[in-house]
Ligand binder design. Structure first.
Ligand code: SAM
Length: 267
């Protein structure tokens, strides 16, 4: 169901009112502080640059580019190959634009404010990548499959879709959890989460209390899938898993891996 332009209600999400702008708009101000070091940027950029070279210099697209944590260093590494970041959150792209002006004035990184399924740029594209569980921000299996189809339709002959994601726990987590993210004299941030192992969903809030600023809510919601299910979705989109590593540094993926980087190519 489309609300207006790029605002897309996530049908499977239980959290009322959560849409494809909710995460980005809630986390943009703290994203780099909280998650700036969440993964190995250098290894990610190196692996993507190698894939982009093999794709013949066609444009690279990051789905859910956020603040440009990965896209800025990648754009610098692969120039003159065009890097385009798409994101549905105005607040995230506002933060990216501020970094563009202040820290990356020479960068040729381009952005699109829009949905990563419905508003992709025209092909042919070289590498389309989606990092750090962002694929699971798409709230239903049907829309995740739509995303793969949308990418597959735009890939050049040597292009690929790269998905970096967690391997869900087996058996899946179920129930609720309240935890303390940080605690100070004048500020506390609680993490509240609810897990549904049958629906393969998890949703939560970071709740910040301050003496001066009252209460601030930061909601998140994901629909997760194991690699085997992603491979089935990919097959229905005309893609095959050509390579799978544990990380962008190329460690082999094993039965014990908690994460994966999967490279899908046209079947
Ligand atoms: C976890 S952040 C990842 C940001 C960046 N890729 C990184 O690794 O630092 C997820 C991003 O995806 C964006 N997003 C979520 N759903 C989206 C959708 N349907 N279309 C476009 N962007 C979306 C959010 O606004 C947010 O900026």
């Amino acid at each position: 169901m489309t609300l207006d332009g790029s605002r897309q209600v996530i049908l499977a999400a239980v959290m009322q009112g959560y849409d494809n702008t909710s995460y980005g708009d809630a986390f943009a101000d703290v994203y780099d502080e909280w998650y700036g070091d969440i993964s190995d940027v250098e290894a990610t950029v190196a692996a993507l640059a190698t894939l982009a070279a093999a794709a013949g210099g066609l444009p690279i697209v990051e789905l859910g580019v956020g603040t440009g944590r990965l896209a800025f260093p990648l754009a610098e590494r692969v120039q003159p190959t065009l890097v385009i970041g798409i994101d549905s959150s105005p607040a995230m792209l506002h933060r990216l634009a501020a970094k563009h002006a202040e820290e990356h004035a020479d960068s040729a990184l381009q952005t699109i404010l829009g949905d990563m399924i419905d508003d992709l740029p025209d092909g042919p594209l070289g590498v389309v990548f989606i990092a750090f569980n962002t694929f699971f921000n798409i709230g239903s299996a049907a829309r995740q499959a739509d995303c793969m189809r949308s990418v597959a339709q735009r890939l050049g002959p040597n292009g690929c879709l790269v998905i970096e994601a967690m391997v869900p726990e087996d058996p899946p987590r179920t129930g609720s959890l309240v935890d303390v993210k940080s605690l100070a004299n004048d500020r506390v941030i609680l993490s509240v989460a609810r897990y549904d192992g049958v629906q393969q969903t998890a949703e939560g809030q970071f709740i910040e209390f301050t003496e001066s600023g009252g209460v601030r809510l930061r909601p998140w919601s994901i629909r997760y899938a194991p690699p085997t299910e992603l491979d089935q979705m990919a097959a229905s989109a005309g893609l095959r898993c050509a390579e799978r590593w544990e990380t962008f540094a190329g460690e082999p993926f094993t039965d014990d891996s908690a994460r994966h980087v999967s490279v899908y190519r046209l079947a």
